[in-house]
Design a protein around this ligand. Structure first.
Ligand code: SF4
Ligand code: SF4
Ligand code: FES
Length: 238
């Protein structure tokens, strides 16, 4: 095992080669905001909330997909980063239709938590108010595309943990959306095992259990990490 030495926010640390900057920060008690990252599944660097500054790099780097290197000097919470993070959250709110007061995830939503964390009380960008559909064709679950932030957690969890690969991303640009099957109604997709892992993975109110009322939707985030560890260690109790 090779060890890398570096600094995070001025504090020197030593950490195993191959660790991501995000893991290194978390292991050393440094909080970096994330949205598309979820313990137990792969990282794709989709949301860019975890951007950090690294000495010698002219670009901001996503901490979740950047590996530590010898001598790195990382800053995780500069004014520039705070400003970018707030803008990213504003973009997400302006891009969809987030009416928290009538959302199943109100009070249990990672996007809402991020808005509070970055100090966003309104969007400085014009809201797009797109017209998007809601699919409630599945017996037990539904998806409201108005609240999807395209983090692709559902896509990755269904593929990597459940192995069903029901979810995918279709179209481009502003038309980009997650789809089930070959863009079929969710209820018509035979591959879906109704395991609910996508429901637990979704950070917002986009994927929900039918019958959940406003502000009621809580997720079991640890379930996915538990499954991954249990498969590896053959330990199925928690
Ligand atoms: S998904 Fe989150 S941010 Fe969007 S409306 Fe629901 S509670 Fe608000
Ligand atoms: S449905 Fe939920 S988990 Fe899937 S991409 Fe949208 S916000 Fe992410
Ligand atoms: S958490 Fe790193 S890009 Fe989303």
């Amino acid at each position: 095992m090779s060890v890398k030495t570096l600094t995070i926010d001025g504090v020197p640390i030593a950490i195993e080669e191959g660790t991501t900057v995000l893991e290194a920060a978390r292991q050393n008690g440094v909080h970096i905001p994330t949205l598309c990252h979820l313990e137990g599944i792969s990282d794709v660097g989709a949301c860019r909330l975890c951007l950090v500054e690294i000495n010698g790099s002219p670009k901001l780097q996503p901490a979740c997909v950047t590996e530590v290197a010898e001598g790195m000097n990382i800053r995780t919470n500069t004014e520039t980063l705070q400003d970018y993070r707030r803008t990213i959250v504003e973009l997400l709110f302006a891009e969809g239709n987030h009416v928290c007061a009538v959302c199943v995830a109100n009070g249990h939503c990672e996007l809402q938590d991020l808005a509070i964390e970055v100090g966003m009380d309104h969007s400085r960008l014009p809201y797009r108010f797109p017209e998007r559909e809601i699919d409630v064709s599945h017996d037990r679950f539904g998806i409201d595309h108005n609240r999807c932030v395209l983090c692709t957690r559902c896509v990755r969890v269904c593929d990597e943990i459940e192995g069903a690969h029901v979810w995918d991303v279709a179209y481009r640009g502003a038309a980009l959306k997650v789809v089930t099957g070959l863009n079929q109604p969710w209820g018509a997709v035979d591959a879906c095992t109704s395991c609910g892992k996508c429901v637990d993975a979704c950070p917002t109110g986009a994927i929900f259990r039918k019958g959940s009322t406003v502000a009621e939707m809580e997720r079991d985030r640890d379930r996915l990490e538990f499954i991954v560890n249990a498969r590896k260690d053959h330990q199925w109790t928690r």
